[in-house]
Design a protein around this ligand. Sequence first.
Ligand code: KG4
Ligand code: ZN
Length: 335
Amino acid sequence: MALILGIESSCDETAVAVIDGAAATLAARIVAQRIASQDDEHRPYGGVVPEIAARAHAETLAPMVGAVLRDAGLRLDQIDAIAATAGPGLIGGVMVGLVTAKALAMAADKPLLAVNHLEGHALSARLAEPGLAFPYLLLLASGGHCQILEVRGLGQYRRLATTIDDALGEAFDKTAKLLGLGFPGGPAVERLAREGDARAVPLPRPLMGSAEPHFSFAGLKSAVMRARDAGLHRPADIAASFQQAAIDCVIDRTRRAMAAAGPVNALVVAGGVAANAALRGALTALAAEAGLPLVAPPPKLCTDNAAMIGWAGAERFAAGLTDPLDALARPRWPL
Ligand code: KG4
Ligand code: ZN
């Protein structure tokens, strides 16, 4: 039994979880978890305001740690190690989470695990799918990142592709803003797209067919803006056409990366955009082409959460990879 307390505060979700790293099923692995979204605080500004986020984390986190321990029926001294996101992310929020974790680790005399948020997303598939073995090919698509990685083992990540401009989630969020769908944008675009015709609006597919498997979404966003300004199309048709263009790019780029990668056991998708059902459907078909399973964590484990941070901590703890109490909070931290 390895009980890990996980803390996530790198963007606009304050989250705490207790993970049992030795349990054999997803349900048993997540002993308790809570998550508080700050959507209402950021909505008036149409995006995440770092200072508001940091203050909200500072107010919410400490009581949430107490509540999650109570939910789990555990005292702090029964926890084996404390894990927190140490980056990359909005630095004020990261510091709130990491400093809280350090204080708990010091008070209880337990090891600290300074977790890379991207590693949390990368390993979330192994939390959800206990049978998933390394190596696997990972599409990591969130609000801040869009990458394809060959995950060879714990701490062994080979980056095959990244975005040369916007992240995929950012493209969804900007499209939502252009269409007046509010915040957060991705789920709103997905909902509206269901009512639209994906062939109605001709939109570009940047970098599709290029030899390197990189991504680009800035040109697609500009085309969405022109389509909206032209005033000829229903918002639902723009949303559906945008989503289809974005998915076509992702599938083409991922197919290219699969050809460049070594042998893998699965295609995995993680990060907030992996909650998108249309994307999951298209990736399932792509994986089947290559005779691979698609592993996609349940949507609630795709968007930011503390279970994935606790789980990444559990994997690191099991490998003896604990961190000193002066571990740094890092705004940038590539995998
Ligand atoms: O991983 P995440 O929760 O936070 C970051 O680490 O960035 O990802 C958030 C991103 C946002 O851009 C959000 O709009 C997008 O994931 N997202 C979605 C969906 N749910 C969340 N994008 C498309 N469809 C969705 N259903
Ligand atoms: Zn994230």
